[in-house]
Design a protein around this ligand. Structure first.
Ligand code: 6LW
Length: 533
């Protein structure tokens, strides 16, 4: 029976979704996490429309994926999630540098991790590295046990005097156990749009299908399919009218759709997941000047029905993807309008993220709530500040937290709406010469330009902090002691503009002049209520 369901099915910063299905166990999905840790979430669903996070494939430093100093918007890009013969594989690449900052070099690696027990995070293996570098890594496990690896990378084509920068995808056969390349690379796809990335090869009824995201992840993003009789191609185009499979160009509610992955379920029915953006602004400025996403929530995960007609896939009945879909999936639960963490669990609950991989654990769940110890890294360095973040999943929500902190001079702890160093707005309790103040800091204009204002507060006692996120702006306020609520200011969502990621909201603590705080900041709770959900 066809039901209607809300899209995105996984809201907030969740780009480049990849999906696998395990008979009797349901569907498993992962998305890119870039510089955030733990990395590569595992979402689980039995009905495709209700998803729950159950863990992360990259969850300890000893796995050998070094994200300690990755650039903003580098890190873990575009996983492929596969299940083969009782084992789950998470295939990904880690960028240390992705050309966003001078000297604009690209340094990446490709790897996979595996597990036989998806419900226990500690069972994910260490990384097995591929020889082939690049990004948007895919593995095809063929029926004869041979394994094919697809990867995207840059190449300059055309005359030397007038080179054209192409993002192309290449296939090799590899030895799975060691990641070693066994065959020369074969070009899988070069697009006249100069970008052919996010490839997945799927075998269906004896034929190999290459799914390719073309046109770049912005407004020209689309998904195309090609077919071959052999895993390494040649991949030939479909009859007219099949491509693009998805292209929401200029749609008022959902744009940038592409980066499709698809799978057959228990009932043999096919389903696809792709990224899409709910646009707020037609064009976004970014702190890196790279042309960012038109929404502060970044790229989200959308679900689409897939059918096969005359040997070719038809996605979403060839209709544009919208905020509501109709398909033969399960019944979707209503949106949870209230979320709260009272930090009364034994360990920190799932869904909190660090920036990069902390060298030391700077938090603990304590009887006074979340104990956060400010380290020497402030929010203004590309390293590992004491910062715990939640993905913002709706445009309009009221966030609050209560912080108890007795800072020494210059030390600070509070709440933050975060994109990156140089693009965040914070409200913190800071130590002064005579006591404490609340300082509000917001970005203006280009990267690393901020303005701050401060307000006097009593020398001790908890401070309740509020962020009211609305589609166009975020408003910050606080209540200290018996005082009234003080609204300190707001920041335009245009100034919290992601390049590849999306806004997180969270809590932080930071030392002063490269010294750590000697006292913890205590956060009694964090919570939000969606507004007009
Ligand atoms: C992803 C690639 C892309 O790896 O963005 O432009 C990258 N498209 O497919 C990061 O999400």
């Amino acid at each position: 029976m066809a039901n209607t369901y809300r899209n995105p099915v996984i809201p907030g910063f969740n780009p480049d979704p990849s999906i696998c299905h395990v008979p009797g166990k349901g569907y498993f999905l992962s998305t890119s996490t870039f510089e955030y840790f733990p990395g590569l979430p595992v979402y689980h669903s039995t009905d495709l429309v209700n998803w729950k996070i159950i863990g992360h494939a990259i969850n300890r430093r000893s796995q050998g994926v070094d994200m300690r100093t990755v650039e903003t918007s580098a890190g873990l890009w575009a996983p492929t999630f596969r299940y083969n013969k009782g084992r789950w594989y998470m295939i990904c690449s880690c960028f240390w540098r992705a050309r966003f900052t001078p000297p604009r070099e690209m340094i990446s690696s490709g790897f996979y991790v595996w597990t036989d027990d998806i419900f226990d995070d500690s069972k994910w293996s260490d990384a097995v590295y591929f020889e082939d570098v690049g990004f948007d890594q895919d593995l095809l496990f063929d029926d004869d046990d041979r394994v094919y690896h697809t990867v995207t990378r840059y190449r300059f084509t055309g005359p030397v005097s007038n080179p054209v920068k192409n993002l192309e995808s290449w296939i090799t056969e590899i030895d799975l156990a060691t990641g070693t390349t066994l065959s020369p690379p074969v070009l899988a796809r070069q697009s006249p749009l100069n970008v052919a990335e996010g490839c997945h090869i799927i075998k269906h009824e004896g034929m190999y299908y290459l799914f390719v995201a073309e046109g770049g992840t912005e407004g020209g993003h689309r998904e195309c399919v090609y077919r071959a009789a052999q895993p390494m191609g040649p991949y030939l185009p479909p009859p007219d009218g099949v491509n693009p499979l998805i292209f929401n160009h200029g749609h008022p509610r959902v744009q940038n759709t592409g980066h499709l992955d698809l799978v057959a379920g228990d009932d043999g029915k096919w389903v696809g997941v792709c990224l899409g953006v709910r646009p707020v602004f037609p064009v976004r400025r970014t702190t890196t000047g790279m042309g960012g996403m038109p929404s502060q929530l970044g790229r989200e995960t959308f679900l689409v029905p897939v059918e096969w007609v005359d040997g070719w896939p038809v996605v979403n009945g060839r209709k544009d993807i919208d905020l509501e879909g109709t398909a033969d999936f399960g019944v979707q639960l209503p949106v949870e309008t209230h979320w709260e963490d009272a930090f009364d669990t034994e360990t920190l609950s799932l869904g909190w993220y660090h920036v990069r991989v902390p060298l030391r654990t700077t938090y603990a769940v304590s009887p006074r709530g979340l104990a956060l110890r400010g380290g020497p890294d402030t929010l203004d360095v590309d390293h590992c500040p004491s910062l715990l973040l939640r993905k913002q999943t709706a445009f309009n929500l009221d966030w609050s937290t209560e912080v108890d902190f007795s800072p020494k001079f210059g030390e600070e702890a509070g709440t933050v709406a975060w994109i990156a160093r140089g693009a965040y707005a914070s409200l913190g309790v800071r130590g002064t010469e005579h006591g404490r103040e609340v300082v509000f800091k917001r970005p203006v204009g280009d990267a690393d330009e901020f303005v701050s204002t401060s307000s006097a507060i009593p020398p001790s006692g908890p401070v309740t902090m509020f962020i009211r996120a609305r589609t166009l702006e975020y408003t910050f306020s606080f209540v200290a002691g018996n005082g009234a609520e003080v609204v300190v200011g707001s920041v335009s969502s245009d100034n919290l503009s992601p390049l590849f990621t999306g806004v997180h909201i969270g809590v932080y603590a930071q030392g002063y002049m490269s010294n750590p705080c000697l006292e913890n900041a205590y956060f009694k709770y964090c919570k939000w209520d969606l507004v007009d959900a």
